[in-house]
Design a protein. Sequence first.
Length: 318
Amino acid sequence: MTLSLFQPISIACLLPGIFPQVALFTINEGKHVLYIEETRRFTEADRDRLLDNNISTMYVRSGDFKEVSRFAEENLPLILDRNDVDQTSKSEALIQTSSNYLRDIFSDPENSQDAERCKKLTKHLATYITTDQNISRMILAMGGSSPFAIRHSMQVATMSMLAWSKLFPEKSEDLVDIGVAGMLHDIGMSLILSNVVEDIDYWSTPSVDQIKRHPIEGYVFLKKNAQYNDLVLDAVRHHHERYFGGGYPGGLKGDEIKISTQVIGLSDMYCTLITDRPTRKASTPEEAYKIIGDEDNKCFSTLLFTAFRYVIKFDGSQ
Ligand SMILES: [Fe+2]
Ligand SMILES: [Fe+2]
């Protein structure tokens, strides 16, 4: 994977007066053009000028990205509270910030396993899925150029939370844990594959048997941490079990699989299909639902599978 010299940043993260003093770029005819020099701070007048020109994404040098993303994560409540930028820009800021967290934990799991950090971001995501009218469309576009592992984890977290909030509104106290489970369901991959944050497709790696150890590896790893509850641990361990049998690692069946874990498993399969992978083109939501349902849906409870049809919208609307 080639390293880009610039990284995108949503305009929602550019808080006038306090945004780090770094050079900011726009894109003009495919080229990055210096917009604000690093010798001064981003001001309200700069913000107004960007909004007047309908610019919603700026770019920073890759070398400045760590500082900028740390700033965005620390100031997320302020960013999401802004009423001078639109919802889409705020959602993009949230997705970028959550993707940065995922990149940290997937590239260095031992030193990034801060459960509070994950929960804080997921709480914001919970608000976002209930307020953003374009959520289905956002899930499809999520993570743009990020490696598969990051995009996929972001999508599964958001899709699972969307499904949970619609199918089990009476269990909203579990919504954040559903999001945490979605973010971390494949964390075991980072313990098996050394290059998981490069743009690889898990399932095209040489040893499928080795890859199939990821639920157990992830479970053991998170359990050591002692900050994750049973819902999260169970989903990480059993998201590849199948309702009618034949899954792994336990070969569980039916109601032996917790309903929260079934929701993560179904969202996982759906999100794998709707995203471009290095080895396979993305299916549309409609095709993905049909693929899962082929052969009489041997994977998920008929009740859950039928209800899921009403969670995803084939036209991308909410
Ligand atoms: Fe998995
Ligand atoms: Fe997955």
